[in-house]
Design a protein around this ligand. Structure first.
Ligand code: G3P
Length: 222
């Protein structure tokens, strides 16, 4: 079984930009080494290239467009994030929803370039639909719990259980993450015990006074 993934989305938080993004990446590198757990971060596009080149951690884009390089303005292509050193990308995050056709194009583009796709969903039906596209990961995040400080692992374990089952009926090779309010090793342990392959989280690490301490706690129950 592959190592679980802890994927920290820095979103557009002020506390996740520039120097702070580097500080969080450094903490992720250190705790990842100490624990043997894969800790990845998804910084803003501006920080993607420096972070992927300066730190030995997987860096993800927060979104990618499925269009080919060429006459497109204001788009982010898979080629662009690959050149910036990205390991993969989130797709269809709750704060960056896409059409089904857009999701399919992004996942296809990521596959063509051997990058990891993480398709975000809001319930088990959407999770099953996303699994049909054959991404590497489906990440189930109930939108009402995102940024709430209330953990999906504790508030709604059933949605995790149902999503894992729904994804695996469609395609057992697709891995499942869960997110929203994840903040401790206990939340991560519950998520893994429910059959996920890791967690997607943001505010508890990005807004923490000491992100390293939070990361250390997140991996403490493996
Ligand atoms: O992308 C992760 C995210 O949507 C969850 O956010 O702040 O609830 O951990 P948060």
């Amino acid at each position: 079984m592959s190592s679980p993934l802890i994927l920290v989305n820095l979103k557009t938080y002020r506390e996740g930009m520039g120097n702070r993004a580097h500080m969080i990446a450094q903490a992720a590198e250190l705790i990842g080494r100490e624990s043997g757990v894969t800790i990845a971060i998804a910084p803003s596009y501006i920080d993607l290239h420096p972070i992927s080149h300066h730190f030995d951690i997987p860096a993800y884009a927060q979104h990618v467009d499925g269009c080919e390089p060429g006459a497109n303005t204001g788009h982010i292509t898979v080629d662009a994030i690959k050149n910036a050193g990205a390991a993969g990308s989130l797709v269809n995050h709750s704060e960056r929803r896409l059409t089904l056709a857009d999701i399919e194009a992004s996942v296809r583009g990521l596959k063509v370039h051997n990058l990891i796709s993480v398709v975000c969903t809001n319930n088990e039906m959407a999770s099953a639909g996303a699994a049909a596209l054959g991404p590497d990961y489906v990440a189930i995040e109930p939108p009402e719990l995102i940024g709430s400080g209330v953990s999906v692992s504790k508030a709604n374990p059933d949605i995790i259980r149902r999503s894992v089952a729904a994804v695996h009926v469609i395609n057992p090779k697709v891995k499942v993450l869960t997110g929203a309010g994840i903040q401790s090793g206990e939340c991560v342990k519950i998520a893994l015990d429910l059959g996920t392959d890791g967690v997607l989280l943001a505010s508890s690490v990005v807004k923490a006074k000491d992100p390293k301490a939070v990361l250390r706690d997140l991996v403490s129950k493996f």
